[in-house]
Design a protein. Sequence first.
Length: 251
Amino acid sequence: MVMPLARGLSILSAFGPERQWWSNQEIAQQTGIPAPSVLRLLRSLVALGYLYHDASSRKYALAPASLALGYAAVVDPEVMRFASAEMHRFAEATDTYLLLGTRDRLDIIILDTQTGSHAMLDLRLFPGMRMQIAYSLMGWALLSALPDEERHYLQAQVESSAGSDWPPTIRRRMNEKIKQVRELGFCMLHGEWEPELACVAAPVCITGRSPLVLGCVGRTSRMAQLRMELELGPLLVATAQRLRERLSTRK
């Protein structure tokens, strides 16, 4: 492990849509890196164009070099345009809120969102935002797409990170949803965490690439469990299949 590199990447990972500006001390608290080391790394990242420093507030934000690196890491622009178009069609046809994500360490990072014009739902989720794999249906769906050895390792990391806060009910539910994906191609939650929200999730498995995951969210009043199982789940799997076929041709 090259610690300066690991620390520099940890600093870049602290930034996101929900918090764009950080001070030296705030970054030190967030990352656990000593403040003097943070300051040295921040100066290097500013000099390389990965961070911007505002002298008046003495805070830092992501600069264009970081954005370019992030966009390049996701998928190529043509594929993202195709994914957005497929997601928009799904959201409009089903009056739901649709998300596309991928894994970043122990989180799902959102790549794109599309909302049906009659969805009557505003989740305020944006590309770059994160949700924990441990507590999200999209995270569990993505786990189901991993080879057993990798999945077991990642589940162990998730539980270790949660520590004593990891309830047995969550472990059981995670395993149930992984099994559900393998049986149906998708998994569902209907008002189990938020009484007003229902969600369906399906992985996008791509040979030679990290898996993606689709999540369809709507109000329980408009997404009956039978509709989720007979209509929305199969439609989501079909959308995932089209994305898989398109991505598989882009090597």
